[in-house]
Design a protein around this ligand. Structure first.
Ligand SMILES: [Fe+2]
Ligand SMILES: [Fe+2]
Length: 422
């Protein structure tokens, strides 16, 4: 269709006035920010490797969805002051309860079989029934979000079946049925259905959710957690082979950085929206780095899952102030990696010495990402600590000393026990 730039049904009257549209978009925004929060808080507590990676990616996609909606709402004669508000106490309850999922299956089913399908259905209806000319800017945003949601739901439902088939988790239905009842009590995600005056009570969320002090790896499918750098037990004997494999393994172990950043994101509710958006991206970047390592190891036949699983970034730092944690990672580690023997050297090693095209490509992008992360540190840690960057760098130095003393101690103990076993 050439006329109307290809927009269909140009004469149909739509379902949404400006006022109603702003109200429902505000609810959609809240749901994506709520899901981001749930995923950030739950990441360190969940064990399944694929679930962890998916949560990291979907934190980022939720943040991008919320960000686009945040741009649209103030265009609808609505003050941007509403962007910090919670639109419906029952939707807030839904998010509060979802974060109390107690195992991988409950969280997977809650997010991917209940909440996200409800969003998908709502957005499809919105797109079909809104006036197509007046609401084209919303349509464009929703179309992008729907593409992400479709992929997320397909992926999550497959993971849910896998977790159910493992037979280790109790039935998720008591939890997920309750989540469904909250959505119904709210009159649906968009409140288009009658709301109940019988407000559902809190079930698990009478206590606030707490981040775990130690991060989790699935003990059924993975080796034990460790604070030591253990590389691969069957790494090659020659120096280059050893270094290549050790670097792959260090990349794969970056999940622990995702957990640190997501813990900081979760705990700093008072920070501006752009902080949450930046950190959601930071989490996803570290998960991509973990997949660099996973892919490089698996391409060469290494069974990295059965090896000890490194959790130091999160575990050693978790009891510290969030500003100290983020200073340690973004300034101590990431800004530190910008020196001449840092990320650039790592990339050149794979290009010029190891001549390993896959790792060369991974390190090329790893380096690019770390430049971004060091900038995030310089942008946000001064605000988290209310101090100048010079003070932040001193904090980061002290945190690094403490961190390496813990990791080196663990690595020495691990080496000694390995030598004792041989
Ligand atoms: Fe990284
Ligand atoms: Fe990084």
């Amino acid at each position: 269709m050439i006329s109307y730039t290809g927009i269909h049904k140009p004469y149909d009257i739509g379902e949404y006035s400006v006022e109603r549209n702003a109200k429902v978009l505000q609810r959609y925004r809240f749901m994506h920010e709520g899901l981001l929060r749930v995923m950030a808080g739950q990441l360190p507590a969940r064990g399944d490797w694929d679930l962890k990676l998916g949560l990291c990616r979907h934190m980022y996609e939720n943040a991008e969805a919320a960000n686009a909606l945040r741009g649209r709402i103030p265009e609808l004669r609505t003050s941007s002051a509403v962007l910090g508000k919670e639109p419906d106490a029952v939707l807030s309850l839904l998010i509060d309860e979802l974060i109390h999922a107690e195992n991988d299956l409950e969280l997977t089913a809650g997010i991917y079989a209940v909440v996200k399908p409800a969003l998908l259905e709502t957005y499809r209806r919105h797109m079909a029934t809104t006036q197509q000319i007046v609401d084209q800017p919303t349509l464009r945003i929703l179309r992008t979000i729907v593409l992400d949601l479709e992929e997320q739901v397909t992926w999550g439902c497959e993971l849910q079946r896998m977790l159910e088939d493992s037979g280790v988790f109790p039935a998720h239905e008591p939890f997920t049925d309750r989540l469904r009842s909250y959505i119904a009590a709210a009159g649906g995600i968009d409140s288009s259905l009658p709301k109940t005056t019988e407000l559902p009570p809190r079930e698990r969320s009478t206590e606030p959710y707490r981040l775990p002090l130690r991060s989790v790896r699935d003990p059924r499918t993975m080796g034990p957690v460790t604070w030591a750098r253990t590389s691969m037990s069957n790494a090659p004997d020659d120096e280059m082979g050893r270094r290549v494999v050790a670097t792959m393994r260090v990349r794969q172990e970056e999940m622990t950085a995702c957990e640190l950043v997501s813990g900081v994101l979760y705990s700093q509710r008072q920070m501006p929206w752009s902080f949450h958006r930046d950190l959601a991206r930071h989490v996803w970047d570290e998960a991509r780095h973990a997949m660099f390592g996973q892919a490089a190891l698996e391409a060469e036949g290494y069974d990295w899952k059965k090896e000890p699983q490194y959790t130091s970034d999160y575990d050693v730092n978790e009891h510290k102030l969030p500003g100290a944690q983020y200073a340690w990672l973004s300034i101590g580690i990431e800004e530190g990696a910008m020196v001449s023997n840092g990320k650039k050297k790592e990339f050149e090693y794979f290009r010029d010495e190891a001549k390993h095209p896959l790792m060369q490509q991974f390190q090329d992008y790893d380096w690019a990402d770390e430049v971004v992360h060091a900038n995030l540190g310089r942008k946000w840690v001064p605000e988290l600590l209310e101090e100048e960057i010079a003070f932040v760098r001193e904090v980061a130095k002290k945190e690094l000393d403490h961190f390496w003393s813990e990791v080196n101690k663990a690595t020495e103990q691990w080496r000694a026990s390995k030598a004792g076993n041989e």
